[in-house]
Design a protein around this ligand. Structure first.
Ligand code: F6P
Length: 352
């Protein structure tokens, strides 16, 4: 049995742990051979692959990123007429019996389409965004939370010293998992997520109350995809990736300016002195995985290979409660998993 593995979409900590576990489980328990497809679906379009043996994965557990490289390539995009047949031809020329696609909704969405066309695919969910349905957590998420929490802890001390308001922009286009969980873990004083639109007035109101209570500093966390009522964003002016997602960014800066403008005179501060913003950006995604992500990546890697052995094609591995279970890839990619109401209510408990 020859198994291809590819990693697509934004990289995340835990991918190498997953690759290592898949190769070891496959080679030792099932006697499978592995080919690493390079740079996600781009590698399948071009037939770029390398053999993956036990020695190749021996030392990669603590490394961030992915030894296979990644890209946001969509073979079903505007060049589908050439790229879909190219993938199918390379699948057969590389001698693959099956392919393990490791990714978020875009990469797994492509796997589902190939699966519908008859290629034997299995999947494993990864993304720091944790917005994939069917699984309680994706690996990469808890490392990102640790990074957001540590950043808030650091920013709070300088915020307190200078009596400032820090706006921390976290990743998360469609769901506020990173902003919400990172914010709660770091004790953020206000959290803004894509789940609920927000107005500037509600934040100003809360910050005024905090000042009145005697706490003359604050950390506000905003997800990059949070919806600010009345903010004009011209989506058509923004660059897009092959899956049609716009490149976000900038909401933290705008919010910092707006809060500074409204509150600096009221708080007796010079314009430009009261607020600062920090875009955490890819610091949330890079570097070594935390223990939870190493273990989840390892469990997913081994379980995905067991799915292949069980011939459960069209399925991906998922974490439900504390068990690893198979779920249909279709179910995982059809709905974005949002942060639930109870969690958002809990976060509000800590606002003024
Ligand atoms: O998909 C994960 C993610 O980190 C998103 O949260 C973020 O919007 C996006 O990737 C950034 O993508 P890129 O690395 O292509 O700039």
């Amino acid at each position: 049995m020859r198994v291809g593995i590819l990693t697509g979409g934004g990289d995340c900590p835990g991918l190498n742990a997953m690759i290592r576990a898949a190769v070891r489980r496959g080679a030792i328990v099932h006697d499978y051979e592995f080919l690493g497809i390079l740079k996600g679906w781009l590698g399948l379009i071009h037939g770029d692959a390398v053999p993956l043996g036990l020695a190749d994965v021996e030392e990669i557990l603590p490394e961030g990123g992915t030894i296979l490289g990644s890209s946001r390539t969509n073979p079903f995009g505007k060049n589908a007429l050439e790229e879909v047949p190219a993938c199918e031809k390379n699948f057969s020329e590389l001698g693959l019996d099956t392919l393990l696609a490791v990714g978020g909704d875009d990469t797994l969405g492509v796997a589902r389409k190939f699966s519908d066309r008859g290629l034997p695919m299995v999947g494993a969910p990864k993304t720091i965004d944790n917005d994939l349905s069917g699984t309680d957590y994706t690996f990469g998420f808890w490392t990102a939370i640790e990074r957001v929490m540590a950043s808030i802890d650091n920013l709070r001390t300088t915020a307190r010293s200078h009596e400032r308001i820090f706006i921390v922009e976290a990743m998360g286009r469609h769901a506020g998992w990173i902003a919400g969980y990172g914010g709660l873990a770091g004790g953020a004083d206000y959290i803004l997520t894509p789940e609920e639109s927000f107005s500037l007035d509600e934040i100003l109101w809360s910050l005024r109350r905090r000042w009145e209570a005697g706490y003359h500093y604050a950390v506000v966390v905003v997800a990059e995809g949070a919806e600010w009522e009345g903010r004009e964003v011209f989506q058509e002016d923004l660059p897009k990736d092959e899956f049609g997602h716009v490149y976000l960014g900038g909401i933290g800066f705008e919010l910092s300016k707006a809060i500074g403008k409204a509150l600096a005179p009221e708080f007796g501060r010079r314009a430009g002195d009261l607020t600062r913003h920090v875009v955490l950006s890819h610091l949330q995604r890079g570097g070594t995985p935390c223990a939870f992500d190493r273990i989840l990546g390892t469990r997913f890697g081994a379980a995905a290979v067991d799915l292949i052995a069980a011939k459960k094609f069209g399925y991906m591995v998922a974490l439900v409660g504390s068990s690893i279970v198979p779920v249909e890839i279709t179910d995982a990619v059809s709905v974005t998993k949002k942060v639930d109401r109870d969690f958002l209510d809990l976060a509000q408990n800590f606002y003024y």
